[in-house]
Ligand binder design. Structure first.
Ligand SMILES: Cc1ncc(COP(=O)(O)O)c(C=O)c1O
Length: 445
């Protein structure tokens, strides 16, 4: 029998590409325990009934993140589902509606969580014509919350987003506090924010709970993530967090991932903040060089490079292919953007390789094709009813007037353009085609 997955990975390793994409360890043997895969044997504790070594390690992480921190070996995806479950039981405790006000650029895991938990969602749309960003400010949020006849139990926002934009969480948290709603942040891309000179981590800025993927911007193994709970939050969250996580999790947590989280604590508390500062200064220098060379860079995130490729004369996909030929694999590309994710473990040589690759691409005539206008699709069914319905896959052209069932979007970025339960209209088709989506799953009559 063949081993296609192993073969692909081995070949990729041999190519020695610059890994300007997740995971954060960039394939280097930083942790040194990739062979140490065990299970919950005697003495090894148990992730969801932690009382010895895992508990101790989670306490170490809690100290580092200055809040109550819990491990997930199934990514931020698991943390998000647990976070939504905790909001649901909090809503019950407080007699609130199981309604969440969420930024429209939510990752698809959020949708699966509310479908599984039968929660309702109202969307916050961005003024930007983008499905990847939702630039909401505190004033707009305040107005929205004032206008809602049924108050949500929580506001759910993604920051940083896939393009490297961050929201003003501190100001937004004040608004949430004023309206007595929880602030939940998808901080999957922002674990490193804790270690900036002034922490910009959502919990330090006033969020109630957030998830961080330790594998995206820190050097833990893929799947390693945190669920953080503020020390100021209602005790219902910490009292129920392990049940919340285990409700959705595998009963076989990966000890490789647990070890990577454990070892990461040692790395983070041993000069990481200084190393990050030095690295960010180098990335800033690189960004200035790229800016001078005619590149249009987006986002305010410190360790992402987001290139708007059309002003430079290329479609994002095309640009990513050129980079690939030069030995650099990006994290994400679409018709408009290329995103490179960098981490502090990258050497000067690696940064130099990225710089040389980018500078060797000649600027061409600006492309003026723009993204079709995003509309607000009409909702005709709850997310849960749509996800749980009988469905069929059809070509996008045949989907007009139908209701989207499952939001089976590609990963990355896994941000749905139309959400389960919404009617697909002509403008959605135009957007699907723009992003080369040729089929979708609709509710069958
Ligand atoms: C914004 C965002 N949230 C959540 C997730 C899920 O994170 P994980 O892959 O750690 O489960 C991702 C994954 O890419 C993401 O981009």
């Amino acid at each position: 029998m063949n081993t296609p997955i192993c073969d692909f990975v081995n070949k990729y390793v041999q190519k020695d590409f610059v890994r300007a994409h997740m995971p954060g360890h960039k394939g280097e043997n930083i942790l040194g325990f990739e062979h140490l895969d065990i299970t919950e044997i005697k003495g090894a504790d148990s992730l969801f009934e932690a009382e010895s070594i895992i508990k101790e390690s989670e306490e170490n992480a809690s100290e580092i993140f200055s809040c109550d921190t819990f491990y997930s070996t199934e990514g931020s995806s698991l943390s998000i589902r647990a976070m939504m479950y905790l909001s649901l039981i909090y809503a019950k405790k407080r007699g609130k509606a199981p309604l969440v006000l969420a930024g429209r650029n939510a990752h698809k895991t959020f949708l699966s969580a509310i479908a599984l938990l039968d929660m309702d969602v109202e969307w916050l749309y961005s003024k930007e014509n983008s499905y990847l960003s939702c630039e909401i400010n505190e004033k707009e949020l305040d107005e929205k919350l004032l206008s809602m006849s049924t108050k949500p139990v929580a506001v759910y926002l993604t920051s940083p987003d896939y393009l490297g934009n961050t929201l003003d969480i501190e100001a937004i948290a004040k608004v949430c506090k004023k309206h007595d709603v929880l602030l939940l942040i998808d901080n999957a891309h922002g674990a490193y924010l804790k270690f900036l000179e002034k922490s910009m981590h959502p919990i330090d800025l006033g969020a109630t709970m957030c998830c961080d993927s330790a594998h995206k911007t820190l050097c833990a193994l893929t799947g390693a993530a945190y669920l953080h709970i503020s020390k100021n939050a209602d005790e219902i969250f910490t009292d129920n967090v392990k049940d919340a996580l285990s409700l959705f999790a595998s009963t076989s947590p990966s000890y490789l991932i647990l070890q990577s989280l454990d070892k990461l604590n040692a790395i983070l508390s041993d000069g990481y903040k200084d190393r990050l500062k030095t690295f960010i200064a180098k990335v800033n220098t690189l960004k200035k060089i790229l800016d001078k060379s005619g590149y249009t860079l987006l986002g305010n995130e410190k360790i992402k490079i987001t290139i708007s490729t059309k002003p430079y004369g290329y479609k994002g996909y095309e640009f990513a292919e050129i980079l690939r030929e030069k030995g650099v694999e990006c994290e994400f590309c679409d018709p408009d953007f290329v995103v490179l994710m960098l981490t502090e473990s990258m050497s000067d040589d690696t940064l130099m390789k990225i710089e040389s690759a980018l500078l060797s691409i000649e600027k061409s005539k600006e492309l003026d094709e723009t993204v079709p206008e995003f509309s607000m699709p009409q909702r005709v069914m709850s997310v849960r009813d749509a996800v749980m319905s009988l469905s069929k896959t059809v070509g996008v052209k045949d989907s007009v007037g139908k209701v989207l069932a499952t939001a089976n979007v590609s990963c990355p970025p896994a941000v749905p353009i139309v959400v389960s339960g919404e009617k697909i209209d002509e403008s959605a088709i135009e957007i699907f085609e723009y992003y080369s989506i040729d089929s979708c799953t609709v509710v069958s009559e």
